[in-house]
Design a protein around this ligand. Structure first.
Ligand code: FES
Ligand SMILES: [Fe+2]
Length: 476
C-alpha cells in the first residue's frame, strides 16, 4: 500500500514532477523508423508533452514542439525541407535545435527570426526504433542493448496504446505468480471458449514452488522455481530481468528475445512497444526496414483478444484504473517484487533530486558497444529450440501478439529452413553465451510457496497441463 501522495510521486510524469524528472533522464522509443518512410512527420505525445517528430530531406531527425511559436498551428502538418520542418501556415522554418531559420512572409530585412525558437529535443534511431531524450543536456548515450544491435536476426515491432499509467505495466513485470493464473488458467479458459486445443497453447501454466528477486546492474530480476525445477534451472538461475526503468526483457525460449517498453505518453496512457527478435540460427541478410504492426485489442467480432498473452496482461493493467489507487490495495507476500520495484523507483527519484545521474544511464562509449542482458533459456543452446519447432509454431504464434505481424509467415519459414539445415547436419549459428549477472546490494528476497518436491494435485501438474513445460521440467 502507498499513500496517495506516494502514489502521485511514482506515477505522474509531466514536466516538473519528480517522476517526470527521473523519466527525462532516459531515452524512450517514440516511433518505428518505418513510419517515417510513409510520412516523414509524426505527431507524438510523450511524458505529457505534445511534439512532432520529423525526418528532413537531408535524412536528419528532428523532434520539436507541436504548436508553431508564431500562431500555434500544428507542425504535424509541416513540410520537411532540406534542413528542418516548415510550418504549413506562414512558412516559418525550424531546425532540429529549435532555431527559426526562415520567416519567408516577413519583411526582407527583418531579424525577428533570430529571436524565435521552439522547444526541441534529441531524437536518434537504433534497431528500427526512433528514440527521444527529453532531459537535461548533455544527453546520455542511447543504450545499445543486445537485441537492438545483433546481426543475423529478424526483427519486428508491435505497438499498442494502453489506456492506463505505465507503472501498472511495470509492477506486473515484477509479479511472477500472475503467469500461473492469467496466462495459465485464464488463458486456458479463453482458448477453450474459442474451441481451440488447450493443450497446444503457449504460456506458462506451471505451479510455482518458490519465487525470488534480486537487484542487478541493469535493474531487477525475478526468479521462479516451479514444480520439478531447481535453483540450477534458468527460471531461477538466470531469471527474468526488468531493465530500469521501463523495459521487460521477455522470452523464455532461446530463439526469441523481446523487449516490452512501457513509455509514458502521459499520466494515464502508455505507449507499449513489443520489440521482438528471432534467431533461427541461419544467416539472415539485414532487413531493409523493420516492419511495424498494431497489436489489436479486439478481434473481428469486437471481443477483446484475450487469447493473447499480452492482451491478458493489458486486461490486468487497465482494469486497475487509469492510475491504480494504491492506497486501497492489500499487498501479499507474493508482491515482494512489486515492493522492490517501488523501492528502486524511490531510490532513483532521490538520486535525481540530489542532482545525480540515475542508474542505467550510459555516458562512456566503451561501455555501450553492445549491452548483453541475461535471458532465461540461452544457456541450453538447442535444447529449448523445440517451442518453435513446426509442431508448436502455429499455436505459439496464435497465443502471442506476434501473430499480427506482417512477417510472421516468413519467420516461420526461416525456422523451417533452419530445421532443414540442422537435420542435414549443417551447424546452426551458435547462441551468445549467457552474460554474467552480478547481483548488487542486499535486495534479495525469497518466498516459498510450496515445499519443493510436494506432489501437485492430480490434474494440476505442469506436465499434465502443458506438454512443453512438462518436458522442460522433466530434465531437471
Ligand atoms: S503559425 Fe506557423 S508560421 Fe504562422
Ligand atoms: Fe503477464
Amino acid at each position: 500500500m502507498l499513500s496517495k501522495e506516494a502514489n502521485e510521486r511514482i506515477t505522474r510524469v509531466g514536466p516538473g514532477t519528480p517522476m517526470g524528472e527521473l523519466m527525462r533522464r532516459y531515452w524512450h522509443p517514440i516511433a518505428a523508423s518505418v513510419e517515417l518512410q510513409d510520412n516523414p512527420v509524426k505527431k507524438v505525445r510523450i511524458l505529457g508533452e505534445d511534439l512532432v517528430l520529423y525526418r528532413d530531406r537531408s535524412g536528419n531527425l528532428g523532434l520539436i514542439d507541436e504548436p508553431c511559436p508564431h500562431r500555434r498551428v500544428s507542425m504535424e502538418y509541416g513540410i520537411p525541407e532540406q534542413e528542418g520542418l516548415r510550418c504549413p501556415y506562414h512558412g516559418w522554418l525550424f531546425n532540429h535545435e529549435g532555431r527559426c531559420l526562415e520567416q519567408p512572409a516577413e519583411p526582407w530585412n527583418s531579424t525577428f527570426k533570430d529571436r524565435i525558437t521552439t522547444k526541441a529535443y534529441n531524437a536518434q534511431e537504433l534497431g528500427g526504433l526512433v528514440f527521444a531524450y527529453l532531459g537535461p543536456q548533455p544527453a546520455p548515450l542511447l543504450p545499445r542493448y543486445d537485441i537492438l544491435v545483433w546481426e543475423n536476426v529478424v526483427r519486428h515491432i508491435g505497438v499498442v496504446v494502453i489506456p492506463c499509467n505505465w507503472v501498472q505495466c511495470m509492477e506486473n513485470s515484477m509479479d511472477p505468480v500472475h503467469t500461473e493464473y492469467l496466462h495459465g488458467r485464464f488463458m486456458e479458459y479463453q482458448w477453450a471458449r474459442r474451441g481451440w486445443p488447450v493443450d497446444s497453447k503457449p504460456g506458462v501454466p506451471f505451479r510455482h514452488t518458490r519465487i525470488g528477486f534480486d537487484r542487478f546492474e541493469h535493474g531487477l530480476i525475478k526468479r521462479r522455481m516451479v514444480e520439478g525445477s531447481s535453483r540450477e534451472d534458468d527460471l531461477w538461475g538466470v531469471g527474468h530481468p526488468v531493465i530500469f526503468p521501463h523495459i521487460l526483457r521477455r522470452g523464455a525460449i532461446d530463439c526469441n528475445y523481446a523487449f516490452q517498453y512501457r513509455v509514458p505518453i502521459d499520466d494515464t496512457h502508455t505507449y507499449h512497444v513489443s520489440y521482438e527478435i528471432y534467431r533461427p540460427g541461419i544467416p539472415i541478410p539485414p532487413q531493409e526496414s523493420i516492419p511495424l504492426y498494431d497489436i489489436p485489442w479486439n478481434d473481428e467480432q469486437g471481443n477483446m483478444n484475450l487469447q493473447i498473452v499480452m492482451i491478458q496482461d493489458a486486461l490486468a493493467w487497465v482494469t486497475q484504473g487509469s492510475i491504480a489507487q494504491r492506497d486501497k490495495e492489500h499487498l501479499a507476500q507474493t508482491d515482494a517484487g512489486v515492493i522492490l520495484y517501488r523501492q528502486l523507483l524511490e531510490e532513483q527519484l532521490q538520486r535525481v533530486e540530489r542532482g545525480e545521474d540515475p542508474m542505467e544511464v550510459y555516458r562512456n562509449p566503451a561501455e555501450n558497444q553492445c549491452i548483453d542482458l541475461p535471458q532465461e533459456g540461452i544457456r541450453y543452446g538447442d535444447r529449448l529450440r523445440h517451442p518453435l519447432a513446426p509442431k508448436y509454431r502455429s499455436a505459439y504464434f496464435r497465443g502471442q501478439e506476434v501473430n499480427y505481424s506482417p512477417i510472421i509467415g516468413w519467420i516461420g519459414d526461416l525456422f523451417e529452413e533452419a530445421d532443414r539445415r540442422a537435420a542435414g547436419g549443417d551447424p546452426l549459428i551458435p547462441y551468445t553465451d549467457q552474460p554474467d549477472i552480478p547481483i548488487v546490494g542486499d535486495w534479495h528476497r525469497e518466498v516459498e510457496l510450496r515445499p519443493t518436491g510436494q506432489a501437485a494435485t492430480a490434474g494440476e501438474s505442469a506436465a499434465e497441463l502443458f506438454p512443453l513445460s512438462g518436458r522442460r521440467s522433466s530434465s531437471t
